[in-house]
Design a protein around this ligand. Sequence first.
Ligand code: NAI
Length: 469
Amino acid sequence: MSDNNFDLVVIGAGPGGYVCALRAAQLGMKVACIDKRGAPGGTCLNVGCIPSKALLHASELYAEAAHAQNMGITFSSLKLDLEKMMAYKADGVDGNTDGVRYLFKKNKVEEIEGAAKIGAAGAVEIDLLAGGTRAVNAKNIVIATGSEVTPLPGIEIDEERIVSSTGALSFDKVPKHLAIIGAGIIGLELGSVWKRLGAEVTVIEFLDRITPGMDADMAKNFQRVLKKQGLKFMLGKKVTAAKALKNSVKLTLAPASGDGAAETLTADRALLAVGRRPHTQGLGLEALGVAMDGAGRVETDAHFKTNIDGLYAIGDVIAGPMLAHKAEDEGVALAEHLAGKPAHVNYGVIPSVVYTAPEVAWVGRNEEELKEAGIAYNVGKFPFTANGRAKVNGTTDGFVKILADATSDQVLGVHILGAHAGDMIAEAAVAMEFSASAEDIARTCHAHPTLTEAVKEAALAVDKRALHM
Ligand code: NAI
């Protein structure tokens, strides 16, 4: 085999692509992973999940320090050094991308830096970042090119006054007033960062609620908590234009429905966060005749195969939630399928997490979905105000809600608003993966004193026998 012949070529080194490459290499395939960014890890590691979590963590410590006098901790001069905070964020990103490079080497995956184009089935041409081109052949090719910011007509992102999440992760100073277009996960996570660091934050949302997709009851309570923290919300408004001025940005808002008067809002920066769309340009997919759906996603079968033999796709470029861990699981399943092993992804048990403080996390179905499907269910709720650990930690905002089948008691959905919800939801995902009943969770011994006792109590509450409420 010459150096340019591979069993598998993965285009895109994000969480879907690099994990697929690693698993395929573990299974004995000769693998190359191509990425044009100049650092592996995709949006998630470079300008998404990881840098945002670094800033969420640092800004939370800053905000907590300002309130720590309740615990007898006082600071004579609490100061924010934003440049240093950004350097801390960059270190976290570098540590993670270096980690992926190490894993590539360890597993003998060849990392190729450049922009890939699929010339024909099994053939990839690469414009190398270092200059020049390279052609490689592969028995199988995987498109794992992720997603990009969805634009909004009338709004031009300059990453200066009007920014995407990338720009909002790198402001050089705390904006006095940050306007956020879209009350989705990106808007609320980054809104929380800048609010904690001192900005006035106004979130403008098209719908009459925040975070579509989240259980409506959770979303209502979540919004209440965020309002208490000082975030301002303008619901039922659509942003029709944004104009960057010398030192500010002027937004034009109209009612989302009906024909009320337009209004304007001036802020010093605006973040556009109205969703992401599949990233498929420049790959040569049209010329190849790759089937796409109405939303611009690559169409695949149950084993991630496109309509072209030997061409597969995973992650944000195909249907399903745009989440790193969904892409990772698809990457592993595809590598195992290509190696002739049984492989599947359980799309009913993919957790979602919003990394604000408190966090919101959920897995399985919400109340609206169960009602729409006509499934009878019981609800068990338990508030963190009644959890001993939450009380001493001062994190009593939120509750756990378990939805269980009214007949079989099988857990159908678990929703948590509270500190560490993103970690606690793993218990619920494991329980659901094993088709647990609420009683199974209720009978499982949970350590005291932990926040997870609220999960057990919510499971008891399904049967109306919570102990501490
Ligand atoms: P999103 O789809 O979560 O939310 C976008 C919001 O913008 C929606 O509420 C929508 O109604 C609103 N909107 C649309 N047009 C509007 C307009 N003209 N004016 C006002 N509001 C408007 O999208 P987001 O937050 O940009 O996130 C993109 C993707 O990235 C999502 O799939 C999300 O799940 C994923 N993501 C996940 C994270 C996590 O798992 N923690 C973190 C960040 C992103």
